[in-house]
Design a protein around this ligand. Structure first.
Ligand code: PLP
Length: 435
């Protein structure tokens, strides 16, 4: 009998892609579904990049396994003022079909176990499992000031991990964060960098939402520990180019042989990112003013939509810190725990299922982000609107206010109302029993 490996047999479908497939299936049957389950920025491809891709369509050669030199040079120049001269000089670039593959390859290349803050993006842990390594969870605190990982908790996780026979060697950070929409403050990044330097732990800083910030400039841990930090990012979020499948990483020369190892992984797996896409992507790093404006406008709309969700949920007594970046909220229904329990709602999965079955509102349970099943959190993406129409309206001078969201993102508004109906029905003492 031909069998699957144990590793793959037990691997669930990525919850985000699962939610997306489910919503598309329901919608194709004519159902009205409110989709907060998938974080896909829906803004259109900027004209300049469309043209560049069309112009590059004839490019049919394989390219170097670590990326087209013209592209890696352009990436370095673009990020030099952002990540700093020292960091850029101390790193090499690797281009891959999405930063997801850079993250996977980094996990593959570095021996040992992964330190992962909770909550964290859905794919880090399954990637570690696919590579037969362990995940050591690091607790975080979320409040209105951001997404906090204390140096003490990190140190404890490292030391406890070692005591338990694990080998913590790599820490993954993601700020602005998916799922929380929050940012790690600078002083805390510095403290984390110090712990990692002292303990010999590499930092993998996932900065895919680096340009989707609501009110603050780009922040990175890179310059605080340049010899041991890899930054991963790409074009999927701030330029809404997820389907182009292009991402890249800055790989520290300070970790001997790492860049070469990643180049080998690339050469034995994806070979190179599609040549037309790499040639077209060069345009994204030339500092064109029209692209900068586009990126800013999209970030502002994301900020407006998702902060409206935070405020709406706060109005219903749900814990939902005002998002600071990315396009997610990570509300916590802890204030309703007792009454929810009387109504049979005990886990994030219970909340997720009720919202889907009763209100056709797709969300993701906090469990998928590393939280314990009983933690009453959801991950919500505020992207369920036509980005092309909303962006055109904003560029034509329409103001980001209640009328704007009512006109261009009515499903986002309705989703907020649904949370109101939900907590009224299940979060108040007189609530009826959930089946
Ligand atoms: C936190 C985070 N990191 C990485 C990725 C991967 O992005 P890509 O592979 O499209 O570059 C995503 C995409 O959803 C994400 O949310």
């Amino acid at each position: 009998m031909i069998k699957l490996t144990d590793t793959i047999k037990n691997l669930p479908h990525s919850p985000t892609l699962w939610a997306n497939d489910l919503v598309h299936a329901k919608r194709s049957e004519g159902e009205m579904v409110y989709h907060m389950g998938f974080g896909e920025s829906s803004f259109p491809v900027p004209e300049r990049l469309r043209k560049a891709l069309a112009t590059a369509a004839h490019r049919n050669n394989y390219l170097p396994a670590d990326g087209l030199v013209e592209l890696t040079d352009a990436i370095k120049s673009y990020y030099r003022p952002i990540l700093g001269d020292e960091y850029i000089d101390k790193t090499d670039v690797l281009v891959a079909p999405g930063s997801k593959l850079v993250l996977y390859s980094l996990q593959m290349a570095i021996e040992g176990d992964l330190l992962m803050p909770v909550p964290s993006w859905v794919s880090y842990e399954p990637q570690a499992k696919m590579l037969h390594t362990d995940v050591i969870k690091v607790p975080t605190k979320l409040d209105d000031d951001g997404y906090h990982i204390s140096a003490e908790d990190l140190t404890t996780a490292i030391l406890e991990g070692r005591k338990n026979g694990k080998n913590p060697t790599k820490l993954i950070l993601n700020s602005p964060s998916n799922p929380t929409g929050l940012i790690i403050p600078d002083d805390e990044l510095k403290a984390i960098a110090e712990v990692c330097k002292n303990e010999g732990v590499m930092i993998i800083s996932d900065e895919i939402y680096g340009f989707v910030r609501h009110g603050q400039g780009y922040r990175s841990i890179a310059s605080m520990a340049p010899d041991i930090t890899a930054v991963t990012t790409g074009l999927s979020k701030h330029l809404s180019l997820g389907g182009w499948r292009i991402g890249f990483g800055f790989i520290p020369k300070g970790i001997d042989g790492l860049h070469n190892a990643l180049r080998c992984i690339s050469s034995e797996t994806w070979s190179c990112v599609s040549a037309p896409v790499q040639h077209a992507a060069v345009e994204a790093f030339k500092g064109h003013e029209d692209l900068d404006k586009h990126i800013r406008a999209c970030a502002e709309i994301h900020g407006f939509m998702n902060q409206t969700v935070s405020k709406g949920l706060q109005g219903y007594g749900i814990m939902a810190p005002l998002v600071q970046g990315a396009f997610y909220n990570y509300p916590d229904f802890e204030p309703f725990r007792e009454v929810f329990a009387k109504n049979g709602i005990k886990t994030s999965q219970d909340i997720h299922e009720l919202l889907l079955n009763e209100y056709n509102l797709a969300t993701l349970p906090g469990k998928g982000f590393g939280a314990e099943a009983e933690v009453l959190t959801l991950r919500l993406s505020g992207c369920d609107y036509d980005g092309a129409v909303a962006l055109a309206a904003y560029q034509n001078g329409e103001v980001l206010d209640h009328d704007f969201i009512e006109k261009y993102a009515p499903r986002v508004l309705k989703a907020i109302d649904i949370f109101g109906e939900f907590v009224k029905k299940y979060g108040q003492n007189s609530a009826s029993c959930a089946a």
